[in-house]
Write a protein that binds this ligand. Structure first.
Ligand SMILES: NC(=O)c1ccc[n+]([C@@H]2O[C@H](COP(=O)([O-])OP(=O)(O)OC[C@H]3O[C@@H](n4cnc5c(N)ncnc54)[C@H](O)[C@@H]3O)[C@@H](O)[C@H]2O)c1
Length: 270
């Protein structure tokens, strides 16, 4: 993680969960942070905690779906520090509900935040990252960007899209000289507020979704997730799997062919 000392790093969705832990870990090694989140209060709290262990970060209220604001934020970050060396496109939301029961608006909202937010951040920061000696783009997909799961079509669609976008961007950057390394991150369940903040289709008990996530799905702490992500990003790894559950999903989807859904069903139900 010392790799990030004195590097200028922007993180979206830094007000909670994995984004907050990335910020705290990076602050502790002396990174210069540009933190943003849709929630001004939440990102201010992360900023205060980072300042206790490292340099005082800049904090901004920023909705990643607001393309003009994201472009302004990237320009302001580059102007403030004179350079940008890493971008973590971390902001994300979850929706739970079947295709039949979920309104179009939930599909659109999840795609706006989870996919278009990544595109907006990447395109806004890329000119500055390309100017750096060495730089990194780190995009948050999910284990649900590796396998389709019932009741998660909007999230699956967005996270699969992030995976394709990230893999293509990596090859663009290789063709452009390889100074910008591109990492896709695929966490399994991480104990954050994502399920508590999730939207649900009519008829689904939101509190029960959150309880089940916290009791049975979220096996990795956000601090441990941040450590794994930062290690992979510093090494410029193409693909970072977070948690044994994500490792298992990756293995089974690649090696069980058409049977992968049945195998995963058996594993996660047992
Ligand atoms: N927690 C998990 O199990 C898990 C698993 C796989 C992937 N992920 C991904 O990790 C990332 C971080 O999620 P988390 O688990 O820390 O969740 P979280 O809910 O704890 O944090 C997400 C943060 O994003 C912010 N945010 C939401 N919409 C935004 C917007 N439009 N613009 C800017 N900020 C916005 C929220 O305010 C919040 O602070 C997300 O992309 C998520 O999809 C999480």
């Amino acid at each position: 993680m010392a790799y990030f000392a004195n590097r200028v790093v922007a993180i979206t969705g830094a007000g909670s969960g994995i984004g907050r832990e990335l910020a705290l870990a990076l602050a502790a090694v002396g990174a210069l942070l540009a933190l943003s989140d849709k929630s001004a209060d939440a990102v201010a709290e992360t900023g205060t905690r980072c300042a206790e262990v490292g340099h005082e970060p800049t904090v901004s209220a920023l909705d990643v779906t607001d393309r003009a604001a994201v472009l302004d934020h990237a320009a302001a970050t580059a102007a403030r520090y004179g350079r940008v060396e890493a971008l973590f496109n971390n902001a994300g939301i979850l929706h739970v509900g079947s295709v039949a029961d979920s309104p179009f608006s939930d599909f659109e909202h999840v795609m706006d935040v989870d996919f278009w937010g990544v595109v907006n951040g990447t395109k806004a920061f890329l000119p500055y990252l390309l100017d750096a000696e060495r730089a990194h783009v780190v995009n948050m997909s999910s284990a649900f960007g590796l396998v389709g799961v019932a009741q998660h079509a909007p999230y699956n669609a967005a996270k699969f899209a992030v995976r394709g976008f990230t893999d293509s961007l990596r090859q663009d950057m290789r063709a452009a000289g390889g100074k910008v390394r591109v990492t896709g991150v695929y966490p399994g369940g991480v104990l954050t507020s994502i399920a508590r903040s999730a939207s649900v289709a009519p008829g689904i008990d939101a509190a029960a979704v959150a309880r089940r996530f916290e009791a049975h799905v979220a096996r990795t702490s956000p601090a441990a997730a941040a450590r794994t992500i930062l290690r992979g990003a510093a090494r410029g790894e193409a693909k970072v799997l977070v948690g044994l559950d994500a490792l298992l999903v990756d293995l089974v989807t690649r090696f069980a062919g058409s049977y992968h859904e049945r195998v995963l069903d058996m594993v996660f139900r047992s």
